[in-house]
Design a protein around this ligand. Structure first.
Ligand SMILES: N[C@@H](CCC(=O)N[C@@H](CS)C(=O)NCC(=O)O)C(=O)O
Length: 235
């Protein structure tokens, strides 16, 4: 049985896990989870009690949540492609540190902006949340630009899982008009290069329910009820 990635729409941080799966070329399926309705519902909470996407059902029927854990799981099965590295190596530590920065500092910079949007903040509350989110986005973009250090990809001269995850979060700066990415030339160039990547184009098309050409191992969508049956059967 192929792994199933439960990905959230719209604009989910699951995006990077879709790109990562595409890059490995290995077979996988997708289960689309609408936010906030389905992700917080009783059925999906049987997949992830926290009520967040992404989650991954592995080929063995185990469910993994948290992007960091999912990306490391995907990477461990694709070490040949150079997207990830064996645990214990210097390269693994660098990748893990970069993923951790993206998953904490960079991701959380947008939290005030998401909160203002999703809770319909108005007036002084909206202004304070917007100013705070924009300040955090600017700070973490500057930090990430420094970490990139003028290289082509986040870890150096070839793409890794960190770049896949980066794109899914970085696009929130456009969605929220939080920063002008051109103020961070290295990140701007990286983002534009990724935008042309077939796996990124595929993931964007999947999110928008447009015709999507997989250059990886995408084997189709599965509904939440069917996925729940598969998880139960594997238990
Ligand atoms: N630490 C988690 C965070 C996951 C998360 O916050 N997911 C969001 C989408 S990006 C979600 O599912 N939110 C539920 C909602 O909007 O109702 C991870 O990195 O996977």
């Amino acid at each position: 049985m192929e792994p199933i990635l439960f990905y959230g729409v719209p604009e989910g941080c699951s995006f990077g896990s879709i790109v990562a799966l595409e890059w490995t070329g290995q077979p996988y399926r997708l289960c689309r989870i609408q936010m906030p309705e389905v992700v917080s519902g009783e059925a999906y909470r049987r997949i992830n009690p926290v009520g967040e996407t992404p989650s991954l059902m592995t080929e063995g029927g185990e469910v993994i949540s948290e992007s960091l854990a999912i990306l490391n799981h995907i990477g461990a099965r694709a070490l040949d492609g150079g997207l990830a590295f064996p645990q214990g190596s210097r390269e693994f530590d660098r990748l893990n540190a970069m993923l951790a920065f993206l998953n904490t500092s960079f991701f959380n910079a947008f939290s005030p902006l998401w909160y203002a949007l999703e809770h319909g903040s108005e007036g002084a509350e909206k202004a304070a949340l917007t100013a705070y989110g924009q300040a955090l986005a600017a700070k973490t973009h500057a930090q990430l630009e420094a970490l990139l250090g003028g290289r082509d990809w986040l870890l150096g001269n070839r793409r890794s899982l960190a770049d896949a995850y980066f794109f899914g979060i970085a696009r929130w700066a456009d969605f929220h008009q939080a920063v002008d990415r051109r103020d961070y030339p290295g990140l701007h160039t990286l983002f534009e290069r990724l935008r042309d990547d077939p796996a990124v184009r595929f993931a964007l098309a999947i999110e928008h329910e447009e015709a999507a050409d997989s250059t990886g191992g995408f084997a189709g969508h599965v509904g939440l009820e069917e996925a729940l049956q598969l998880v139960r059967a594997a238990a």
